[in-house]
Design a protein around this ligand. Structure first.
Ligand SMILES: C[S@@+](CC[C@H](N)C(=O)[O-])C[C@H]1O[C@@H](n2cnc3c(N)ncnc32)[C@H](O)[C@@H]1O
Length: 252
């Protein structure tokens, strides 16, 4: 029997603690809900979204200045600009965008939701940290795969596999989960946690973590599979969003 979305997420969220399951089911937050809560921590929030597609999240976000980056916007960019003159739209791949961005351009919240591979999400993360305001947040989408097929880096392979084994659904989040393992091992100057109330948005902020990093082993992160991630699911550090904001607000 295929494993349903809620089942696998609940396993990740629960750490086998039933009270967490109840919290998760009671309060689902959208991507924009999470981002707006973070944006509301700033007086004049500057927002960057990498991978925007139809604008389902971007158009819901409450920013003073917003930048949307996507090589293939699925909406009328001119109409969007006219509807909100404080937004701008860059029809490029993220690498190209970051490579030409002046070093002084900073954002308070950066949402990474472009190409869902380990390599690209890690590159987007590395590029984003240069442009993060001192008290800013980076949100990395889709860090928890729903199931095995959702975790393939190649979307076509994921579809092919589902069709061969007769699995319904088409969920695909790629192998972005490996980026969280990399943050945990290689970015000790950044703290992070994953919002408990939705599908898996990790939130990072600049604050050194206490000593005691996991063993640094790039080869084992690169070769990880879905099962390895689920076995080590504490890596996501699932917490209610309000708690994440409270913890991160205490940084000096
Ligand atoms: C999952 S959708 C984004 C959804 C959107 N963030 C939302 O919340 O509604 C992924 C988008 O990433 C874009 N994309 C793919 N590769 C990209 C890249 N290298 N740089 C920026 N965007 C990319 C795709 O064109 C697609 O529109």
């Amino acid at each position: 029997m295929p494993i349903g979305v809620a089942t696998i997420y609940d396993l990740a969220a629960s750490n086998r603690a039933p009270h967490n399951l109840v919290n998760h089911r009671k309060a689902m937050l959208s991507r924009a809900d999470v981002i707006n809560k973070l944006l509301s921590q700033f007086a004049n929030p500057r927002y960057l979204e990498i991978g925007v597609w139809r604008g389902d999240t971007f158009f819901q976000c409450n920013f003073t200045h917003g930048t949307a980056v996507d090589p293939a916007f699925a909406f009328d960019v001119e109409a969007a600009k006219q509807a909100n003159p404080n937004s701008n739209y860059v029809a490029q791949e993220s690498d190209q965008y970051f490579c030409q961005l002046g070093p002084d351009v900073k954002f308070d919240v950066i949402f990474i939701d472009g190409m869902h591979t380990f390599e690209q999400s890690l590159t987007d993360l590395q590029n984003s940290i240069h442009h993060l305001a001192p008290k800013g947040y980076i949100v990395l989408d889709d860090v928890i795969p729903n199931d095995y097929a959702a975790s393939f880096p190649d979307r076509n392979k994921s579809k092919q596999y589902r069709s061969i084994v007769g699995e319904l659904g088409d969920s695909w989040v790629g192998n972005v989960f490996k980026t969280i393992f990399s943050v945990s091992a290689f970015m000790p100057a950044y703290s992070y946690a994953t919002a408990l109330e939705n599908h898996g948005q990790a939130i990072l902020w600049r604050e050194a973590r206490p000593p005691g990093l996991p063993k640094r082993d790039l080869a084992s992160i690169t070769s990880m599979q879905f099962a390895d991630a689920m076995i080590q699911r504490q890596i996501w550090q699932l917490k209610p969003l309000d708690e994440i904001i409270k913890i991160s607000a205490k940084r000096s």
